[in-house]
Design a protein around this ligand. Structure first.
Ligand code: LCV
Length: 259
């Protein structure tokens, strides 16, 4: 049974995450199917893609598959990590991706949703950024994305508290482009998607890539990059990182001692 279902109608692609048993955890298998689906939509000249969870999902996605996080000593969000690869796929797609969100969104799934171009949510949507709860040092490109979407202080609060941002506040903070009643989420989303399909795909593709380049245009000297990597290595080499994963697997709250 595929973890990803796809549909393409009138230039509107739909990619549905469908692994309810594991709350749509972004496992390597699910992500491989998702990347394949995005690339197929590009081949078939979709003009816009809707990324959603299966009908009735209480959890849009529970984020990176914790059971697939590497053992301490290896970067948990390295360039070739499957989550980081699908984020790049979405960014480099020439057509807009709309995240249609009902239910809770966790960790790397927040980054996946924020990497989409437009987010439309229902009142039960909520966003929780979990690295601090797992002892994971989030990566610079992800931190920059949250800074761009939320602004520095709100991004810090989301990462430092690991507390959910509910739909209302997510809309106020600009995470959600639109907050609509659950009953009209699908109609509203596809109406907006249809709008996009009537516009020039060439113009949109050029503007999407320009937005990407401008949003990432933060000068980072090699020294700055190496300092960040050194800070991150200390964390993913730590007992806290080990404890974060172990506590999840043992279904108990983590006990961090900062070493
Ligand atoms: C593996 C899972 C997961 C899962 N991985 O259902 O951003 S970072 O840096 O933190 C990054 C590293 C990241 O994204 O990390 C992952 C962050 N995600 C989370 O912390 C959310 C973890 N999941 C949960 O808190 C709960 O599963 C929620 C609240 C999403 C749903 O709770 P619910 O009671 O409905 P269960 O917890 O019973 O989960 C059902 C099954 O899905 C697995 C979970 O282990 C369980 O499997 P078993 O039935 O085999 O025990 N599962 C859920 N999320 N991210 N596996």
């Amino acid at each position: 049974m595929p973890f990803i279902q796809t549909r393409l109608e009138n230039h509107i692609g739909t990619i549905t995450m469908n692994h309810p048993e594991h709350r749509n955890a972004l496992s390597e298998v699910l992500i491989a199917e998702m990347i394949e689906a995005f690339e197929a939509m590009k081949e078939q000249k979709a003009r816009v893609i809707v990324l959603r969870a299966h009908a009735g999902a209480k959890v849009w996605s529970s984020g990176h598959d914790v059971k697939e996080l590497p053992t301490p000593g290896r970067d948990p969000l390295g360039y070739e990590d499957s989550l980081v690869r699908v984020l790049r796929t979405v960014q480099y797609l020439t057509m807009p991706v709309i995240a249609m969100i009902g239910g809770s969104v966790w960790g790397g799934a927040c980054d996946l949703a924020f990497t989409c171009d437009i987010l439309i949510g229902s009142p039960d949507a909520e966003f929780t950024m979990t690295p601090a709860k797992l002892g994971v040092p989030y990566n610079p490109s992800g931190l920059l994305r949250f800074m761009n979407v939320l602004g520095l202080n709100s991004a810090k609060e989301m990462f430092f508290t690991a507390q959910p941002v509910q739909a209302e506040r997510a809309h106020l903070q600009g995470i959600l482009n639109h907050l609509v009643p659950a009953a009209s989420l699908e109609t509203f989303t596809y109406e907006l998607a249809r709008n996009i399909t009537c516009n020039s795909p060439l113009s949109i593709a050029a503007m999407k890539e320009s937005f990407r380049l401008l949003a990432n245009a933060s000068p980072l000297t090699p020294n700055m990059f190496e300092r960040i990597q050194g800070l991150r290595r200390k964390v993913y080499d730590s007992g806290d990182y080990r404890e974060g994963i172990q506590s999840f697997l043992e279904k108990r709250p983590p006990v961090f001692n900062g070493e």
